[in-house]
Design a protein around this ligand. Structure first.
Ligand code: BG6
Length: 461
């Protein structure tokens, strides 16, 4: 159904980290592509002026992607700024006046989840919400109960079709390619199940730490920060059934269905870690038990996947920066050539920072002996800097297209899955900076032969 596009973009948290790293680059890219012509109003409580915000935008682009002269000038001209406390009704009255003749503003809440209800209530009271849309940044709530409460406060002000729950992984090109690759090639469907797949591994590794976000990170930890949302959404894309039509809701129905088939995590199959030195970060408690690493094993209780372990791990201060999925197939039942296979066949999806889809197979090494070697058939490879996720998602939200946004039922299913870990009060295992997390994470693998090292792109042919 065609939707009227938003006629202004308001972003809360304009002076924050997310705006600096992701939103300004996305806005400049949208202007450059000719997709942003409406006023863009930043809101924050920082005592800033519009000129200061423009300077911040330039600085953000200098460090994240580069300043494009003409696009930046246009973005600067579109920018507006409202400074004020989110608790103060005057901030929102001023916002309404600043919106001028705009009737369908998109409000993007790039702020901690604890502030959503206050801001949304103020948007409703001041008339800023009328005819508008809202984008809620992840994590959506802190647990199931708070996500449900948050949902109620959003729906008290905005109708469901106007609510966009962002998970930027869903806007990533390689995550979309995961779905495209699965559902546009018929050769994978017959083997994409418990009869052929041995295990699935998903790794989100980052070399950096919390980078000044210590205070915010203390309220989250790795599970709330990236597992409950990004990595469970990736799991859903890997495991869901094909949608029955191109309608956005059929895609979202299938994602929710598969997430609902995942049982709450057993604390015995969860390992939490904290990198050495985390407690010295600004804003972090000296006795913090917040995890900067988590590894979990989950199973999907349906006909396609029963018995196939899905291993997920995510951590800060690990040896490399990369997000990678490995779908490992079962080994041949016997070895016809008496050879010991190091690794069975696999499909590898590299989701970032570079992107790739590759199929791992064995082929005979030239020579007398029937001895093989591992080779990768590359389906695609790229640098991953095509349309950035935030650009795609903000553009979609402005058009009113919900396809790439998380739906409430999926989010609630995600919170149910991680609930037993959130309840855990045991201290995380300490791990050294630059290691693959606590050694305890290896025991999760059991028979499956350990975590695979993510592919080293530098060795690519
Ligand atoms: C964010 C998390 O949502 O995702 C960050 O808050 C994390 O802690 C980031 O670094 C990872 O996203 P990407 O796109 O860089 O893989």
């Amino acid at each position: 159904m065609p939707q009227a596009p938003s006629d202004a973009l308001v972003f809360f948290g304009a002076t924050g980290d997310l705006a600096y790293k992701k939103i300004f680059p996305a806005l400049q890219a949208m202007v450059k592509r000719g997709q942003l012509h409406v006023p863009v109003i930043g809101v924050a409580k920082a005592g800033w002026t519009l000129d200061r915000l423009r300077a911040r935008a330039r600085e953000s682009l200098e460090t994240h992607g580069g300043v494009d002269g003409p696009a930046f000038d246009k973005l600067s001209a579109l920018l507006g700024y409202v400074d004020g406390d989110y608790e103060d009704p005057a901030t929102f009255d001023l916002l309404r006046r600043t919106l001028g003749s705009a009737k369908r503003p998109l409000h993007y809440l790039a702020i901690p989840t604890s502030l959503f209800s206050i801001v949304v209530g103020q948007l409703g009271r001041s008339g800023c919400a009328s005819g508008g849309r809202v984008v809620a940044e992840k994590p959506f709530g802190r647990d199931l109960a708070s996500a449900q409460a948050l949902n109620r406060s959003l729906l008290a002000v905005f109708p469901e079709p106007a609510v966009f729950r962002i998970d930027h992984y869903l806007g990533k090109e390689p995550v979309q390619n995961l779905l495209y690759f699965r559902f546009s090639n018929s050769i994978f469907e017959p083997i994409w199940n418990r009869n052929y797949v041995d295990s699935v591994q998903i790794t989100l590794a980052e070399t950096f730490g919390v980078e000044g976000r210590g205070r915010l990170y203390e309220q989250m930890g790795a599970v709330r920060d990236v597992i409950e949302n990004h990595l469970l959404q990736v799991t859903a894309c890997l495991a869901m059934e094909a949608p029955s039509s191109g309608h956005p809701e059929t895609m979202r129905d299938e994602k929710a269905r598969v997430l609902e088939a995942i049982a709450p995590l057993d604390p015995e199959t969860v390992v939490r870690g904290q990198f050495r030195g985390y407690r010295d970060e600004p804003g972090v408690a000296a006795d913090s038990r917040v995890e900067t690493f988590a590894a979990v094993r989950l199973e999907i209780d349906n006909w396609r996947w029963a018995g196939v372990p899905f291993f997920i791990r995510a951590g800060k201060r690990l040896p490399v920066n990369c997000t990678e999925v490995l779908v490992e197939f079962k080994a041949p039942p016997t070895s016809a050539f008496g050879e010991k296979m190091e690794r069975p066949n696999y499909v590898r999806f590299r989701l970032g920072p570079d992107v790739a889809i590759a199929l791992g197979v064995r082929s005979k090494a030239p020579g007398e002996a029937m001895v093989g070697q591992e080779v990768e058939l590359l389906a695609t490879r790229g640098t991953g800097d095509e349309m950035v996720a935030y650009e795609r998602l903000l553009g979609d939200a402005m058009k009113g297209d919900p396809t790439l946004f998380a739906r409430e039922d999926a989010i609630e299913a995600e919170w149910r899955i991680v609930a037993p870990i959130l309840a855990s009060s045991s201290p995380p295992h300490e791990y050294g900076v630059g290691t693959w997390g606590p050694v305890e994470a290896d025991r999760l693998m059991g028979r499956s032969g350990g975590w695979a090292k993510p592919f080293d792109t530098r060795k690519a042919p």
